[in-house]
Design a protein around this ligand. Sequence first.
Ligand code: IPE
Ligand code: IPE
Ligand code: MG
Length: 241
Amino acid sequence: MATEASEGAAPRHVAIIMDGNGRWATRRGRPRLFGHQAGAKRVREIVEACPDLGVKYLTIFAFSTENWKRTQAEVAGLMLLFRRYITKEAQRLLAKGVRVRFIGDRVKLDAKLVALMDELEALTAGNEKVHLTIALNYGGRDEVTRATQRMAVEVAEGRLKPEDVDAETLGRFLDTCMLPDPDLVIRTSGEARISNFLLWQSAYAEYEFIDTLWPDFSAECFAEITRGFASRDRRFGAVKA
Ligand code: IPE
Ligand code: IPE
Ligand code: MG
């Protein structure tokens, strides 16, 4: 699914690289996990701001395939935080009409966490006000690699012809097969890179890099960026008359 938001409209799909939790904590003389806790608290406000801003799909980067390189203590703390987030927010997400999905490779994740992820997806499957996708152990290259492996199996077993493989076919094998491409990608914390996030899907996304650290990101800030998006001239390679 790769449809685009129409001109002058709100971004239908916003993806956010929630960066800067560690620095936010360090600046306060606190451990990095304190920043991650503060960061997790911001998510609710941003998700709940979506309907008024016309944002139907929100995808947030919570943990990358490269984040395993961090200390064991930080990784364990983050995994515990994800479990707590799901347990604590499940009923509220359900009540607010949010459908939650997870993308990324679940194989390396703790079984208890995966069980909670499955439960939350099932619990909210009937919702459609906002589609929240949480990227957890997600990497764009890893996703394309896994998709290619699955596609290769289809070819090897005779269900797919190599000559029939096009961009749309690959898209169907990606974790994001049920989502439109992002219209806008926001990264907080001042870093101007995408760190392996939605590489394939963001081919024509607009980018917004802002200095604010994720725990300081607010619904007002989100609204301002969303409004700014409406005035961008998206040409998708064409020349306008
Ligand atoms: C983003 O904040 C959260 C994750 C990557 C899990 P960081 O932890 O990267 O914070 P900084 O970039 O070190 O400040
Ligand atoms: C990207 O942030 C991943 C998430 C926000 C989950 P990082 O902090 O891991 O990215 P780098 O290391 O600065 O590129
Ligand atoms: Mg970071």
